[in-house]
Design a protein around this ligand. Structure first.
Ligand SMILES: Cc1ncc(COP(=O)(O)O)c(C=O)c1O
Length: 372
């Protein structure tokens, strides 16, 4: 490839460099105050997220997986209950149901890679208590369709919005539709800290109170243990870093959408590719492109070619849907649509350190692959 560049799939050092001074000052400030656990930076972070997504309660927790587990616990989900979710999700979604003693029930996804409402309805049994949609790749599901099913069968919705902070459907943010929603603040997420982090959000006072107890050993504000709990708090120092990153967050999401538009315009004529919906494709959706996940009929060759060109790509979750992992109890599950897609998925670089020239180069490489 002429003018070869090196474009890593993700670029942690470049992202740090962009905010180095402010982050180092913040670390210095927090360390000087000795403010580590459940301190004011965490409270500020929780207020910031409330304002960002329009929700009544935000509880910073240890990570996105614990956020799911605590949300399920707070909603009293456990043995004998079934939780319906897409099989094209992170193992953590299913593991959360497993670890509260419930049964994860895996279903198909639709053309936009989100959970398929028809499959959800077909999977409802008299044991179903929860629909747990994954707000995947920075897109929010068609929540009207899922809410209609939840209403029809008396189910609750707990959203795995790990990948979708500030993404919207019909003007409402991911995480705020159901009884509770959860986020991951893992470093590569649209809002990522320098380690593990997560949050539970809810408009329900009882769920919020329960998660606040569960994340801190069952202790109330006076320090009295009033129930069984665990240790799952978002570190104050991580919250302080996130507060810095939140200052540019909305602009960062717009930049992701710009990159998605560039990919879409350059690649939409290639018949072998199925691209994610473009930012302006449907006004009901405001996607924030946590990932740019496309489908290719020549995925593995394309991935190798891009690697030769210096472009890093990733196959999400090692190219397997949850039911395709052995030993987890899904041997009898067959989901042909998801299975076909997992052999075709590929993610292009998508982050705010990517320049226009980088994105153009990625597209040029893909176009030259298909000309070969
Ligand atoms: C869809 C989804 N659910 C849950 C998680 C779990 O989050 P964490 O890694 O913070 O535990 C992730 C993180 O990658 C995710 O992408």
């Amino acid at each position: 490839m002429d003018g070869k560049r090196t474009i890593p799939f993700f670029n942690y050092p470049a992202l740090f460099k962009a905010q180095e001074k402010e982050i180092m000052d913040t670390l210095h400030d927090v360390l000087s105050r000795g403010a580590y656990i459940l301190q004011r930076d965490l409270e500020e972070f929780e207020e910031n997220i409330k304002a960002l997504i329009g929700v009544k309660h935000v509880l910073g927790v240890a990570d996105g997986t614990n956020a799911l587990i605590l949300a399920l616990r707070a909603a009293d989900i456990g043995p004998g209950n079934e939780v319906i979710m897409s099989s094209h999700t992170y193992i953590a979604t299913a593991a959360s149901a497993h670890f509260v003693g419930a049964t994860p029930v895996l279903v198909e996804c639709g053309a936009d890679h989100m959970i398929d409402p028809e499959s959800v309805e077909l999977a409802v049994t008299d044991k179903t208590r929860v629909i747990m949609p994954t707000q995947l790749n920075g897109r929010t599901c068609d929540m009207d369709a899922l809410q209609a099913i939840a209403d029809k069968y008396g189910l609750i919705i707990i959203e795995d919005a790990a990948q979708a902070l500030s993404s919207k459907f019909n003007g409402k943010c991911a995480g705020t539709f159901g009884l509770a929603g959860t986020f991951s603040l893992y470093p590569a997420k649209v809002l990522g800290c320098f380690g593990d982090g997560g949050a539970v959000v809810t408009n329900d006072d009882e769920i919020a109170e329960s998660v606040a107890l569960l994340r801190d050993h069952g202790r109330n504000k006076e320090g009295e243990v009033v129930t069984w709990g665990t240790n799952s708090r978002l570190d104050n120092i991580q919250a302080a870093i996130l507060n810095v990153k939140l200052k540019t967050f909305k602009k960062d999401m717009e930049r992701r959408r710009e990159i998605a538009s560039m990919y879409d315009q350059a690649l939409r004529e290639i018949n072998d590719l199925i691209l994610p919906p473009a930012p302006d494709a449907d006004e009901r959706y405001y996607d924030i492109y946590q990932n740019y996940e496309l489908e290719s009929g020549h995925r593995d060759e394309l991935k190798s070619f891009l690697a030769e060109c210096g472009v890093g790509t990733i196959i999400q979750w090692s190219g397997k849907a949850v039911h395709q992992f052995n030993g987890l109890g899904f041997d009898n599950v067959s989901l042909p649509i998801v299975e076909k897609m997992t052999s075709r998925f590929l993610m292009l670089p998508m982050h705010t350190a990517l320049t226009d020239e980088d994105a153009e180069y990625v597209c040029k490489c893909i176009i030259s692959f298909y000309r070969k």
